[in-house]
Write a new protein. Sequence first.
Length: 451
Amino acid sequence: MSSNPVAETVASLMPRAKAELTELVAFKSVADFDQYPKSESEGAANWVADALRAEGFQDVALLDTPDGTQSVYGYLPGPEGAKTVLLYAHYDVQPPLDEAAWVTPPFELTERDGRWYGRGSADCKGGVIMHLLALRALKANGGVPVHVKVIVEGSEEQGTGGLERYAEEHPELLTADTIVIGDAGNFRAGLPTVTATLRGMTLIRIQVDTLEGNLHSGQFGGAAPDALAALIRVLDSLRAEDGSTTVDGLTADQAWDGLQYEEGAFREDAKVLDGVQLIGSGTVADRVWARPAVTVLGIDCPPVVGATPSVQAAARALVSLRVPPGMDAAEATKLLQAHVETHTPWGARVSTEQIGQGQAFRADTSSPAYASMAEAMSVAYPGQEMQYAGMGGSIPLCNTLASLYPQTEILLIGLSEPEAQIHAVNEGVSPDELERLSVAEALFLRNYAAS
């Protein structure tokens, strides 16, 4: 990478990083304990706690958060009078989806074509390793020049808000001058990027009921109100003809004025099939970073295999709404629920239940921490200038931290560049990105200490 001693140290640590990521990926730490044993998440939490202790962290603790999961905390003291930096990642992961569609087993880190594949390798167990690499590189080259707090969340992917509630109840725990969220990613592999905005999210469950029980479709179909058909009508009402999100009362014409997302690149990143159109209007950046976006995450209905000729008495759906910066997630939730109730046909009974919610986030990119990161990234990525991008996903904790600590600077970096395919099958991390971003984080901590 360069003759930089920090970079040389990180390069020498990469075999150890791969071995550690292999151990961490092996935990099936999906924080949905109806699907995966809680012991898998507990095992991952203990792995992280042991790793922090081995690096000399003090006050290492497994924090029991209100949603029934554990976050891992540790504190590494720096020189007297130094600034404090909080490093964030999460050890919980998305379910692997269709395991048969993975080229290699999802919970076995496997090297293939220059990448390391496995669920959580980029999102966000790789982020845990990135923090460890950066700290080890500094310890080997003069020491860590700041006080470091590490918090590794156990339920970020579920959106159940455990760490958010815990932080609100213990506001002194995560105080810092700057927070580095290691759960974002470069706009392109090899293009150093900080994420300046995040969309928020609301998650609701919709229940539609029309009959006391299922009926024979030959005897009653045509007059008996079909709950599944009613639900389909409701879900369809959430999109315009071009696929744009249309929730009554919700503004959906915001524009993104930063780094643009070329349509052809987006089609390739999203692996859109030939001939299939993108949905929505405006630029791609407008659609994925600046505007609300509704997604139907799941429907409870009879599977095709084993289906009977019946009119359905009840149907359910889980719907998410991504909320752009400048829009209140709580207000968006109310509008979404009101829209569902208004657009339910035939007098069908409908109820909505909020499952999760998180506010959007916008960073202050004029802060000293951003200047320190830009300088660090220019060294870790020679010849490249740091870019600012948005991210369509949500990290609800960001807004909680911004509210708790309004003077604190928050930066978002990470390993989830488009080729990482986070949340999809065959998620994989680029070891080059892991190496460079670890160098960047180490140099950032050194630059920031001197700023």
